[in-house]
Design a protein around this ligand. Sequence first.
Ligand SMILES: Nc1ncnc2c1ncn2[C@@H]1O[C@H](COP(=O)(O)OP(=O)(O)OP(=O)(O)O)[C@@H](O)[C@H]1O
Ligand SMILES: [Mg+2]
Length: 308
Amino acid sequence: MSEELIVARGLTKKFGDFTAVDGIDFSVMRGESFGLLGPNGAGKSTTMRIIGATSQRTGGEITILGKDPEKFGPQIRAHLGVVPQKDNLDEQLTVTQNLYIYGRYFGLSNKFIKGKIEELLEFAQLEEKRDAKVDSLSGGMKRRLTIARALVSEPEILMLDEPTTGLDPQARHILWDRLFRLKEKGVTLVITTHFMDEAEQLCERLIVIDRGKIMAEGSPADLIKRYSSKEVLELRFGSENNEAVADKLRDKCERLEVLPDRVLLYSEDAEHVLEEIVRSGLQPKTSLVRRSSLEDVFLRLTGRTLIE
Ligand SMILES: Nc1ncnc2c1ncn2[C@@H]1O[C@H](COP(=O)(O)OP(=O)(O)OP(=O)(O)O)[C@@H](O)[C@H]1O
Ligand SMILES: [Mg+2]
């Protein structure tokens, strides 16, 4: 039986007159990796802080592990590992000192923490940096240390707010690999991201949020099936007016989106569409055939692209 670890109904957060989270419903099941995907300002971190029992909702209901965070904050926090959007490590302390102090904060025994530190240093590939001060670490290392720190107390749920923002591709892949391993061990992951590829790689199920509202929910594959076509043809026409060109392309595909720098044509067979276009005498400067992604889902749902 799947067990709901987090249940939100009509969850709302207002700051004065401004509604940052606008009546959202979602559930997170035990053992799954659940994503909140959305652009800057969508309300992802605000939602994460409410789940983490460090910020109070202003409306709706939420339970975490069956408990209301307004009444059982400390009990809930004891079962959560939190990786905030901005690293809040103690820069003047060493890697192991950071892990140790956090463990003490959770009231764990010396012996337990010491064993755990060895395990986590290996997990985070930071063994060689164990005595280095945090301010000497790279961004990727700091991120891995923050995750290691969140795991000291063996949480049931690990909350990761933009785990790889600012990291280079290699550092991102190392992190993704570590998160896969945690999931295999049964840790429930709640991840926010504005990277489509990250959401596709890491999240089994996700909500797409924009301006505090849920636009869609499902697995990445489901969402792509529901809101996009199998393939996309991206065309660039150089100096020509894209809107004018688009009018000539509309009947050649299922759907079309005009962006400032390119035109996207949605269909089941993008190569075929390209052949048709070339045959009709139009000459795009560049063409690219690719499969649909969550980026296309977001564009369909909001009319905007989700690029930093
Ligand atoms: N303490 C606060 N006081 C007032 N407004 C706030 C506060 N915290 C967040 N907001 C506003 O709420 C909205 C949602 O912010 P939030 O940080 O949750 O977005 P986000 O999806 O995490 O964005 P990002 O991708 O930039 O991290 C934003 O418009 C933000 O300015
Ligand atoms: Mg945020």
